[in-house]
Design a protein around this ligand. Structure first.
Ligand code: SF4
Length: 198
């Protein structure tokens, strides 16, 4: 049975897709079936309506935010994300999108104006300090262009007033982490180092 909605720590997570335009060397999907006993590889993608019904099965008092994270890149499914996010707001929940920041290129348009007002917080994987190094860890289908696409997406999110965070995984050097911190702050985002999950 596919897992589309699951509770992890204090939030409720939405698994919209397994598709991704990156192939990161540290991706959880490489060596895990899922998180916390939830198998996140899916046979088929759920509709927004199915996801909303599943959310209703969770006690709203038992979780804080609704997070689009998935076992893939949620911006493959912008329309479904918008519907689910609108539902989240209707029950008084904040929303967060965890993304590689490549959704504008993927969708062929700037999706940030559509997400504004529906997504409250966005966490963008910065991964590395420049295009070359980003590509070495992220293996994006957009090649060396991916880094600037991700930074431009970040700028749009900051401009749109979203609570914007950039992250790196602690598999890169300490020096590169510090360079990444400077990049995030220069783009008006917060910065966090994530622990590599084996
Ligand atoms: S962007 Fe996320 S889902 Fe895609 S390969 Fe990288 S870590 Fe995995």
């Amino acid at each position: 049975m596919d897992t589309y909605v699951y509770k992890f720590e204090k939030n409720l997570y939405i698994n919209l897709t397994n598709r991704c335009n990156n192939n990161c060397s540290f991706c959880l999907r490489k060596n895990m079936e899922g998180i916390d006993g939830n198998k996140l590889w899916m046979q088929r993608e759920a509709t927004a309506e199915e996801i909303i019904e599943l959310i209703k099965g969770f006690d709203e008092k038992e979780y804080e935010d609704i997070v689009f994270c998935g076992y893939g890149e949620s911006t493959y499914r912008v329309e479904e994300m918008k519907k689910v996010a609108a539902y989240a707001h209707s029950i008084g929940k904040k929303t967060r999108l965890d993304t590689n920041g490549l959704g504008n290129e993927l969708n062929g348009r700037d999706i940030v104006p559509e997400l504004k007002g529906l997504i409250d917080k966005v966490s963008i994987s910065l991964n590395e300090k420049n295009a070359q190094k980003y590509d070495e860890v992220s293996h994006s289908i957009y090649g060396l262009r991916a880094f600037d696409i991700m930074l431009a997406f970040t700028d749009e999110c900051v401009k749109a007033g979203m609570d914007t965070l950039m992250t790196v995984v602690d598999v890169i050097s300490k020096e590169d982490i510090e360079e990444c911190r400077k990049i995030a702050l220069a783009h008006g985002a917060k910065f966090r180092v994530r622990e590599y999950i084996k």
